[in-house]
Write a protein that binds this ligand. Structure first.
Ligand code: SF4
Ligand code: SF4
Length: 421
């Protein structure tokens, strides 16, 4: 059962306003207004009252840095109230355009994980916000210079890919690898009605280019920042294919608090900044509402939430779902396909909780196929410095023909390193 005592994290939507209006953002009804301090304090008190030793607070918008003083106040409050022996981690999801040196210094000081929404080279980024590339390119340089590079340690680039931007993905990945970004995540947009089933061939061609440059980068550096190819590949343990959840949202171990205090299982359920794309989706989201964070019925709403989410049919039993590319239960990637279930409700006219979106499915199938061909399964993309030295001694530490001729050795070294951690 979901309870306040078991809460581990809370995501706070500081404002539903944003300084951008990206065409593909699911937040299609942004507006001004910020979370009241009383609401925020109630949310933080709920989390602080949990029994979790390690808690996490995420700051979201709209653009959360529009309300930076509120964010600072929240951090000061948590630091003041946190009991000895407990720890708090923080994250912020930002488009980066308001990230001044002063704000960066604060985030680095409090060891924030910074999730930067940045799609890459100008041709790709312009579709998000015209002429914003140079500001973000400069930001990456400032972050990497900050405190001897500590500023980029917890930086995660979040790329949103759409059917229109597939062709620019290789250049964008090459750009971020060149910049030395430590973590890169790519996620498919959750609304892509223009996708045609046969377009998967184009996606495959682009992913092959991404794959080749990632292999080359990995053999040269021992690093694999791109999450698509990091972590475990095809050799991961077999899991039961019974009742596979779509994501962590339906369990209630973390909650998201909207600007007005309404509480949900995920930030994507918040109503302050979006008009849901169908009445059916709105019905499902309303049926899962936990209620006001500062209300007397919060505990009851939280306890009822996992069952309510199960009843929608969207968040569980992935093995029963399907797309134009086939049945999930027969798909070899079913236990690691990470499609956001909210995209089910964004398929025009759809009322079937098992119907998966074709673009997201094509993206998952294609990327996992290449992931399984990756020369190693580099957990967290890391190789120890000792292994890099050894590899360099036998000619594998650079991009030379000798280095590329040693993939077996590289695999062995990385596996040995993974086993020793
Ligand atoms: S890749 Fe497609 S078919 Fe496979 S589990 Fe994911 S949505 Fe289902
Ligand atoms: S996959 Fe979607 S619904 Fe699940 S936690 Fe992530 S954003 Fe929320």
């Amino acid at each position: 059962m979901a309870t306040t005592a078991a809460l581990r994290s809370i995501d706070l939507i500081l404002t539903s306003e944003c300084n951008l209006r990206c065409g593909y953002c699911y937040q299609n009804d942004k507006k001004s207004g910020e979370m009241a301090w009383g609401t925020m304090r109630s949310a933080l008190d709920r989390l602080l009252a949990s029994e979790s030793q390690s808690i996490r607070v995420g700051f979201w918008g709209g653009e959360p840095l529009l309300e930076f003083p509120l964010l600072q106040k929240a951090v000061a409050y948590v630091e003041d109230k946190l009991e000895p022996g407990r720890s708090a981690a923080y994250s912020v999801s930002t488009n980066g355009l308001l990230l001044t040196d002063e704000i960066l210094a604060f985030l680095v000081h409090h060891r924030f994980e910074i999730q930067l929404s940045f799609d890459g080279v100008p041709a790709m980024q312009d579709l998000r916000r015209r002429n914003s590339f140079h500001a973000l390119d400069g930001l990456l340089d400032r972050m990497s210079a900050h405190e001897s590079g500590r500023g980029t340690h917890d930086l995660r680039i979040a790329i949103t890919i759409t059917p229109e931007t597939i062709e620019f993905l290789p250049d964008s990945i090459a750009y971020f690898l060149e910049k030395g970004v430590p973590h890169i995540a790519v996620a498919p947009v959750n609304y892509a009605p223009q996708w045609q089933v046969d377009d998967i061939a184009k996606l495959d061609r682009m992913m092959k280019v991404v794959f080749d440059l990632c292999v080359k980068h990995f053999r040269r550096t021992g690093q694999m920042p791109l999450a698509l190819f990091g972590g475990k590949g095809s050799k991961q343990k077999e899991r039961s294919k019974e009742s596979i959840p779509m994501c962590g949202a339906p369990f209630g171990r973390g909650v998201a608090v909207d600007v007005n205090g309404d509480t949900h299982g995920c930030i994507t359920f918040a109503g302050s900044y979006q008009r849901f794309r169908s009445a059916w989706l709105k019905e499902q989201i309303d049926s899962m509402s936990i209620g006001p964070i500062d209300g007397g019925d919060f505990e009851t709403g939280l306890a009822a939430y996992p069952d309510a989410s199960r009843k929608t049919g969207m968040f569980h039993a992935k093995e029963n779902k399907y797309s134009s590319y086939g049945k999930c239960g027969e798909c070899e990637y079913v236990d690691r396909c990470g499609i956001c279930p909210m995209s089910i409700g964004n398929i025009p006219g759809n009322r079937d909780p098992d119907r998966m979106p074709d673009f997201a499915c094509a993206f998952m199938k294609t990327t996992h196929r290449y992931r399984d061909r990756f020369p190693v399964a580099p957990r967290e993309g890391m190789m120890t410095s000792e292994m890099q030295k050894l590899l360099a001694m036998v000619g594998g530490g650079d991009d030379s023909a000798a280095g590329l001729a040693q993939p077996g050795l590289l695999d062995f070294l990385v596996k040995a390193g993974a086993a020793s951690r």
